[in-house]
Ligand binder design. Structure first.
Ligand code: FES
Ligand code: FE2
Ligand code: FE2
Length: 424
């Protein structure tokens, strides 16, 4: 089993290394010189199309005072170098490097055109339109019927549902760690069955915005570091709920062979829930040390959308939430870490390092149970994963896709598992 897990971690590393190319649409759709690309994390991009038919991408908010670079002009700097000029104070930003003659620096991204489709190398999802408005997080009715004999008070599912319905994040953490301890010691031994709420509880005073409207910051100032930690703490709070939801929602699931899920499945996700609770607590503590508190900034609930979309299908849930999204979380970690390190914020770096080590095991858990179920149900893992990601992942355009094209874009057959969303 140990060796098996090592293989999964290797597969995960492949995902992290190569999994950043976002398809944004057909080349012919980008006629204007500048097109704004909306990013799920609020760090929007501008895609620049120069007259010689080359494409470039950089952050759309000017690093000077946030001017809209997508409304800027393109200027030839000579020697084949082109710049985007900010419309507010006319600072120039080299399309190649993002450097400005003023000394400022903008973030640039690699762009490739493959088979007439434009790809941008970034960890965030991109969209030509603003992301849809997130529904306000609210507490749905606790859905445990009195007469539901199977949801008895000392079962794992009873507690999973109770934690999902708990709005206070600190209480959620305390309960999670307590239930983890009781499960590990055998004090709670029955998995039980439950129907969890459609949406987990959140505190009334938490401001929830659509994902694209959250300004996450880049860690260059104290306020920006707090914003980054706050956004990560929000993700951890959802991650606690996602772990309990997969336990409760699929407690009644039977494989096509008629068998129930092994006890180890539940133990693995109890461990993930405990890790996520620890992560939230670490981040919340750090935010407080830096003079703020969780809830001081708006959050988004974009992650729960994937949970709702896959509420009916365990394989889809594992593929989208516990493999794709968890792996995308890993993508962001090293970059985030370096931002805190650059500011000498060693305490935050220590917290993020603990989190990163745990998150690798979470993707491994997703992969492990996905491959287990496929094996039991005699399904071919890779095509099944392809199909589910294509069906449920809110990715973008699905261009024609072939091996040659993928190779040109830097995608190898080993990274297939991540790029299936593009396969027709
Ligand atoms: S905001 Fe862009 S140059 Fe001032
Ligand atoms: Fe986490
Ligand atoms: Fe996780």
């Amino acid at each position: 089993m140990e060796h098996f897990e090592e293989d999964l971690v290797e597969a995960l590393k492949e995902i992290v290394r190569d999994g950043n190319w976002q398809c944004v649409g057909e080349q012919s759709a980008f006629q204007s010189p500048c097109t704004k690309l909306f990013s799920e994390d609020g760090e929007h991009l501008v895609l620049v199309h120069t007259e010689d038919d080359r494409f470039w991408a950089m952050d759309s908010a000017c690093p000077h005072e946030g001017g809209p670079l997508e409304l800027g002009d393109i200027e030839d700097l000579g020697n084949g170098r082109m710049a985007l000029i900010c419309p507010w104070h006319q600072f120039d930003f080299c399309l190649d490097t993002g450097a400005s003659s003023t000394g400022l620096q903008n973030q640039v991204y690699d762009v490739k055109v493959v088979q007439g489709m434009v790809y941008v190398n970034t960890q965030n999802e991109l969209c030509l339109n603003p992301f849809p408005e997130a529904k306000t997080a609210h507490v749905d009715k606790l859905y445990i019927e009195d007469g539901d004999k199977q949801t008895h008070e000392n079962s794992l599912c009873y507690w999973a549902t109770k934690i999902l319905c708990t709005p206070d994040p600190e209480e959620k953490v305390t309960l999670t760690l307590e239930v983890q301890r009781k499960w590990n010691s055998g004090e709670i031994s029955d998995v039980g069955e439950a129907t969890p709420p459609a949406q987990p509880g959140r505190k009334e005073n938490l401001t929830v915005l659509e994902p694209g409207k959250i300004k996450r910051g880049k860690g260059g100032t104290l306020a920006s570091r707090v914003a980054l930690l706050h956004s990560l703490a929000n993700i951890e709070q959802w991650a606690i709920d996602l772990s309990w939801d997969v336990i409760a929602r699929f407690s009644k699931t039977r494989l096509s062979t008629g068998t129930a899920l092994p006890r180890q499945f539940f133990s693995d996700f109890v461990k993930v829930a405990g890790d996520e609770a620890k992560h939230y607590h670490l981040l919340e503590k750090r935010i407080t040390e830096l003079g703020s508190c969780f809830g001081a900034l708006p959050v988004h609930n974009g992650l729960w959308q994937s949970a709702s979309d896959t509420a009916h299908d365990l394989l889809a849930r594992l593929a989208i939430v516990h493999m794709v999204h968890e792996a995308r979380g890993l993508d962001v970690h090293p970059q985030t870490l370096s931002r805190f390190a650059a500011q000498g914020d060693t305490k935050s770096v220590e917290a993020l390092e603990v989190i990163y080590a745990d998150e690798i095991t979470h993707v491994a858990a997703g992969l492990r149970w996905f491959t287990y179920i496929c094996g039991e149900e005699a399904r071919d893992c890779v095509p099944t994963f392809h199909k589910l990601v294509k069906l449920h992942f809110k990715g973008y355009l699905k261009p024609p896709f072939n091996t040659e094209g993928r190779k040109t874009a830097g995608m190898t057959e080993e990274t297939d598992i991540y790029f299936l969303k593009w396969q027709t």
